[in-house]
Ligand binder design. Sequence first.
Ligand code: ACM
Ligand code: ZN
Length: 529
Amino acid sequence: MKIKILLLMMLFFPFGKAFSQQVAIIPQPAKLQIKAGQFTLDEGCLLQTEGKHQDLARIAGFFNDFLQKNYGFQLKNSGKGKVVVLKLAKLPALGNEGYQLSVDANKITVAAHAPAGIFYGIQTLKQLLPADASSAPLTIPAVEIEDQPRFSWRGNMLDVGRHFFPISFLKEYIDILASYKLNIFHWHLTEDQGWRIEIKKYPKLTEISHWRDETVVGHAGRSKEFDGRGYGGFYTQEQIRDLVKYAAERYITIVPEIEMPGHSSAALAAYPNLGCTEGPYKVQPIWGVHSDVYCAGKEETFDFLQNVLDEVLELFPSEFIHIGGDECPKEAWKKCPSCQKRIKEQGLQDEHELQSYFITRIDKYLTQKKRRLIGWDEILEGGLAPGATVMSWRGTEGGIKAAKERHDVVMTPTSHLYFDYYQSADTKNEPLAIGGLLPLEKVYSYEPVPEVLTAEESKHILGAQANLWTEYIPSTKQAEYMLLPRISALAELVWTPKEKKDFADFEKRVIVDYQRLQKQGIHYRDHRK
Ligand code: ACM
Ligand code: ZN
């Protein structure tokens, strides 16, 4: 009897320990095989690279930085010892983001066709180390992994217009996104309540438009109270260049968003000639949809926006440029002689077609500059511009319509991917939020490809992203709390093969992930509470 128990323990203990404590990878890899045995990592191990690419040394450096910060040592690249090797090889079937990770008792190999794959292999390797830093020695379970993403657009949007977040925080934020293998940071840079990007040709944007005199206190739908305190901030072009580079080194593309024709009160406050009535306009102290929008009849509006975009294109190498397009009230256009003249001259039916004219002009401009326009799903109204990609937020109908018209689509419906919504129905015990209810499991349940699409139409679904609007998120702490762990669920639904999704299993891995977040001092909302 005793021998039987002992045998059973010997059989199951190493696996049990490894499985429950260490193999908690998010997002779940496409193929994962856990084997017997383990690699023990210590400072006698070597970290080497194979293959010619300048990125390899940098990625190795990231891994060493991680080891230093979390475990207090680094690996050397020469000498005698067991090896961790990062290897670029001809593995075209893995694509540019896929990787193989092989761990046995003597060697760890991360192999990929391209540097991004090596970077993602390292993110996985980091998650194979013990989540609990105090456990020495550092064992890594023996595994064979072959992994690549399901979608090419794995994104998150952060609104820095409503509340401003410093570059130092944005770097931490990008690190978080990269650790879950996301590759798009959509940076919402202009709003009614603040313009955040320096544009050299229009200095008043960073003298006037970045600053509001006060901010509504409490929920804008219920409050008439203001705090009486000025609030502002903007990013210089030098800071932006630095962040773009920082993100690119982590294989994240920053997609900038310059809102038009709506959500433009802040720009109009500085340049009232661009509005239908010429103002005066003000940087808004209250959240919501405002009726002050760019005039679609005046040529100077397009001159301004094209000049702004010229500087934006210099700063951001991203193929996609987001131009907003959402929530543009049409009252001002209805009353404006210039807008009405434009409608007549262009033979347009109504103000919706005027919005389409507006977006189509900007689409032509971007296309001619070899970039692609992306906008919120309202850009479908009045007819979609020929080159436009649609970001479907008011449900999935906009995305479905666009995909059927053979336009590319990014899914981000409010119902499943708006991270400004409450995480629990017990709202009294949560920080004030805009409303809604979006617990972790609901995020996880989202499937980006609508069933109604044919296989051909489905190819137009580039992926999905979660949005963090910040009306009710004044601090970095709260931004992390709203982001995590929900962003890890988003990561799994855009990376992991659909048939491998399993919430019960994900939940076990998320609980291990909480230890990692704690260790790094990152805030999150424990979904079990
Ligand atoms: C949006 O949430 N207004 C795109
Ligand atoms: Zn007008």
